[in-house]
Design a protein around this ligand. Sequence first.
Ligand SMILES: [Zn+2]
Length: 63
Amino acid sequence: MKCSICGRISANGDHADCAERLRIELEDENQKRTAAERTSLNGAELGAELRALLNHMGSQRRD
Ligand SMILES: [Zn+2]
């Protein structure tokens, strides 16, 4: 069976150390995102910009 994390062949699927590394990376990514959300635009402002962008994209599509 192939480890889905490092891609190498492993007898028991994912390697424990690969799984642990992935878990740490995900946690780190999560913390970075949380920190970024705290310091960047507030959610409402970001939502409005996103809606405007989606409306713009939608108006360009004619199908
Ligand atoms: Zn692995």
